[in-house]
Design a protein around this ligand. Structure first.
Ligand SMILES: O=C(CO)[C@@H](O)[C@H](O)COP(=O)(O)O
Length: 227
């Protein structure tokens, strides 16, 4: 397997939102590569979290890569505001972009963000292939390993078939997994080929979050020895 570098991205959904800047700094100081930001609209998923104003506030306190996962029904409406707010990555859901993903990817890139596509557990992996292979491809695929909407859910091991299929087809693609990742599930995800690891409750709920971040990274490195 060609090496793709590990990116450990604590999900800030599990952080203390009242102290977001402090929590972000704590995660970066403990070795996180990215900060994973869950944007929800209360429609695509049955939960509401943060939007561009909070990203804009956080951006004043950190230079970190803000890996934004848009769990929204109309991602196109969010591109300009997220770029202006300081988002680094913009990952939209394939389920709501079947008609306009080419225009959407173009717009995300033009706005200076890195495009990614996410898929829910019930969505066949084949649906994202055209987005990875197009002339204007996405740069990351996010395989949801829980139903999107809430932290603290149980990892779905059968999603590893999707990760394996993606890694076999695309040796250098960034493949992210999100939901239920922690010390007991990381080895399965890493062995399947995931290199970008989102982890919320396992990091923020640990007595030593830095140890969990290190363990997640070590597992990805072990599975991909050339990184
Ligand atoms: O996108 C989501 C939930 O929709 C995730 O980013 C969760 O926040 C991950 O939390 P844990 O499962 O790691 O607690």
């Amino acid at each position: 397997m060609v090496g793709v570098s590990p990116k450990i991205a604590p999900s800030m959904l599990s952080s203390d939102f009242a102290n977001l800047a402090g929590e972000a700094k704590r995660m970066i100081d403990l070795g996180a590569n990215w900060l994973h930001m869950d944007i929800m609209d209360g429609h695509f998923v049955p939960n509401l979290t943060i939007g561009a104003p909070v990203i804009e506030s956080l951006r004043k306190h950190t230079n970190a890569y803000l890996d934004c996962h848009l769990m929204v029904t109309n991602p196109m409406d969010y591109v300009d505001q997220m770029a202006k707010a300081g988002a680094s990555g913009f990952t939209f859901h394939v389920e709501v972009a079947k008609e306009n993903w080419q225009e959407l990817v173009e717009k995300i890139k033009s706005a200076g963000m890195r495009p990614g596509v996410a898929l829910k557990p019930g969505t066949p992996v084949e649906q994202v292939y055209p987005l990875v292979e197009g002339t204007n491809p996405v740069e990351m695929v996010l395989v949801m390993t829980v139903e999107p909407g809430f932290g603290g859910q149980k990892f779905m091991p059968n999603m590893m078939d999707k990760v394996r299929a993606l890694r076999n087809k695309y040796p250098t693609l960034d493949i992210e997994v999100d939901g239920g990742l922690g010390p007991s599930t990381i080895d399965a995800a890493a062995a399947a080929g995931a290199n970008c690891i989102v982890a919320g409750s396992s990091v923020f709920g640990a007595p030593e979050p830095g140890d969990v971040i290190s363990l997640l990274r070590a597992s990805v490195k072990k599975a991909q020895p050339s990184t």
